[in-house]
Design a protein around this ligand. Structure first.
Ligand SMILES: Cc1cc2nc3c(=O)[nH]c(=O)nc-3n(C[C@H](O)[C@H](O)[C@H](O)COP(=O)(O)OP(=O)(O)OC[C@H]3O[C@@H](n4cnc5c(N)ncnc54)[C@H](O)[C@@H]3O)c2cc1C
Length: 569
């Protein structure tokens, strides 16, 4: 099937100075701005994005023979060196990406955008790129927050953004085995729509749900909000089809296998550095017909962590399990405002809760009986920790707003706030220590005489042996060096994770639980996987991508260390 549409169809990638897919702005309520001013020292200033038309973009370095060869494979309308199309694929959606796109500074813009229409065309594009010495940056939803889609050229002549938007089909469904084959460019909402027509759901709901793709999830080992029930994305992957410069690779013959190491795990998480995923065979489940979300408050982070651990270790985890620390709970209350919040504060005082930590539990299952059984299993464990029950309103309110965070980030950026997240994971025995050192590193780095950061954390992915820690930092933006302000804080947090590992005599905290490595975590990866691990990754890359065209500067430590920025402005 050949698409003949222009390269800007679907989500408008030119609207990438903010998260909101349609580009509309969300304003913060007045009480939230007042709270930020009092708490952080913010002086709200309107700092709108530079319109894309004023951003300086260098001319494309793609040669005419290379462009013609690419067009020969995918068709003329599906190769573009147009400024707008290239700008739209210039980087991901981290705080720094948005900041750079708003100012135009240090933006790495690809030299061309290519949209293949089939797995065979992806293979053909790779062959052209090898022949013409072009770097290839696979681009799914472009929601990477770790520099995964930054258009680095490495030592190549030009960088091509390989946008998978046209690989948007549900290829097949096997309802008996409960598996489905989806093309890599299918966005999460569309995947749910296509599967729902067959009575199934994937159950993968990351906060980036609206924009991210099946191929991107597989390439980054993504984890959704319902990971306790449905598993992380790698748990859902049954099979993979991937185009590589060394030929096509298909993996996943059976639900389980002892035929050597599981090579699917080399591909899941390969971040476009080993090949381009074109199809993913996923495990699916029946669409839930029974659903219930509830809120609880526990007194103190330590007690909350102990409660989640107990639920994880005694088969009581809800499908969605999310525990906020004291600061995150305080921010949620402050941003909500209103009479209901005031009443809640009074109620918690009356119940003698001094350090409230919000816990959201959500169950999504096939029928009411299973729901009652699973809910009972969670509450049986939770009861031991003396929770204050907030009921379904609090739970449903969280569910209703669960994709709203990035929209709030847009609004915060508009009033001069530095707001960014980072995540890690460790074993239960080290949760308290790692939480304390990462938090301390962020607070230490972001505090100045007149700026006071809010650093908050939650657990949203829990396992029998440990959990993730997801930090959010909010602080007035440094007007002189806004990029450096966050880069230093992020480095301090990553160094704190590395130091934690040294203190515990070996890797126990990871540099990333689900955001992936990209460019941003690469300096710390070898510390986690060891020198031999780094050599294994390099050897796999060498075998699959001998000329190094695939995603230079990402994932593989030491390989093409400088990456080289394409079209830096
Ligand atoms: C606001 C926000 C919230 C987020 N919340 C979550 C969350 O809850 N959970 C979570 O896991 N992540 C989250 N993320 C991170 C991001 O959404 C995930 O990493 C996601 O899996 C990326 O999917 P994508 O389709 O956008 O991939 P992209 O950003 O386009 O690409 C990500 C990486 O994968 C590579 N890649 C993409 N497609 C392919 C392919 N077909 N073949 C080979 N390589 C490919 C790219 O080159 C890049 O290195 C969030 C990001 C944002 C901005």
């Amino acid at each position: 099937m050949c698409h003949t549409v222009a390269v800007t169809e679907g989500i408008d990638h030119t609207l990438r100075d903010r998260w909101t897919p349609s580009g509309e702005a969300t304003a913060l309520p007045g009480h939230a701005t007042r709270w930020l001013r009092a708490r952080t020292g913010l002086d709200p200033a309107d700092t709108p994005a530079a319109p894309a038309s004023v951003l300086a973009v260098a001319d494309s370095a793609l040669s005419e023979p290379a462009r013609a060869a690419l067009a020969e494979v995918v068709g003329e309308p599906n190769v573009s060196t147009d400024r707008q199309a290239r700008l739209g694929r210039a980087g991901g959606l981290s705080y720094l990406d948005l900041l750079r796109r708003r100012s135009g500074a240090e933006l790495a813009v690809p030299d061309a955008v290519v949209l293949p229409n089939s797995p065979a065309e992806v293979q053909g594009v790779l062959e052209v790129c090898v022949e013409h010495d072009l770097a290839v940056v696979p681009f799914g939803g472009g929601t990477s927050v770790v520099g995964g889609v930054t258009a680095l050229r490495g030592d190549k002549r030009a960088a091509v953004a390989l946008d998978l938007a046209h690989l948007d089909q549900l290829v097949s469904v096997d309802p008996v085995s409960r598996i489905a084959v989806l093309q890599a460019g299918v966005r999460a909402p569309e995947a749910e729509r296509l599967l729902a027509a067959h009575g199934f759901t994937l159950g993968h709901f990351p906060q980036s749900f609206e924009r991210a793709t099946i191929g991107g999830f597989a390439a980054t080992r993504s984890a959704g909000q319902a990971s306790s029930g449905y598993g992380r994305f790698e748990d859902m992957v049954e099979g993979i089809r991937m185009a590589t410069p060394s030929g096509e690779w298909r993996l996943g013959a059976a639900p389980a296998s002892a035929a050597g190491p599981d090579l699917r795990q080399l591909v899941v998480g390969s971040e476009g550095a080993f090949g381009v995923i074109t199809e993913v065979t996923v495990r699916v489940r029946p669409v839930p017909t029974a659903r219930r979300y509830e809120g609880f408050v526990l007194d103190g982070w330590e007690r909350g962590v102990a409660a989640v651990r107990a639920m994880a270790q005694y088969r009581g985890l809800a499908d969605v399990t999310r525990l906020s620390d004291v600061d995150e709970t305080e921010v949620s209350l402050a941003l909500s405002g209103g009479l209901r919040t005031a009443a809640l504060r009074a109620y918690l005082r009356a119940r003698r809760v001094r350090r409230p930590c919000l816990l959201i539990l959500g169950w999504e299952v096939e029928d009411g009986r299973e729901l009652a059984w699973k809910r009972m299993a969670s509450l049986r464990v939770l009861r031991e920790f003396d929770p204050v029950t907030l009921g379904r309103t609090a739970g449903e309110s969280w569910r209703h707003k669960r994709f709203a965070g990035p929209r709030q980030r847009d609004a915060l950026l508009d009033i001069g706030v530095c707001v960014e997240t980072l995540e890690t994971a460790t074993h239960w025995s080290q949760i308290a220590a790692l939480w304390s050192s990462v938090r301390g590193a962020l607070v230490g780095s972001l505090t100045t005489e007149n700026r006071c950061p809010v650093v908050m954390c939650h657990i949203s992915h829990a396992y029998e042996t440990g959990a993730s820690l997801y930090f959010t930092a909010i602080v007035p933006r440094d007007p002189v060096d806004p990029v450096g302000q966050w880069q230093q804080a992020k480095a301090a947090a990553c160094n704190a994770i590395a130091a934690h590992n040294t203190a515990w005599g070996g890797p126990t905290g990871t540099i990333t639980h689900h955001h992936a490595v990209g460019t941003d975590h690469r300096p710390w990866l070898e510390g986690e996987i060891g020198a031999v691990g780094a050599e294994v990754l390099a050897a796999v890359k060498e075998r699959l991508d001998p000329t190094g065209i695939l995603n230079p500067g990402k994932l593989v430590p030491g390989c093409d260390q400088n990456g080289g920025r394409a079209n830096s402005t």
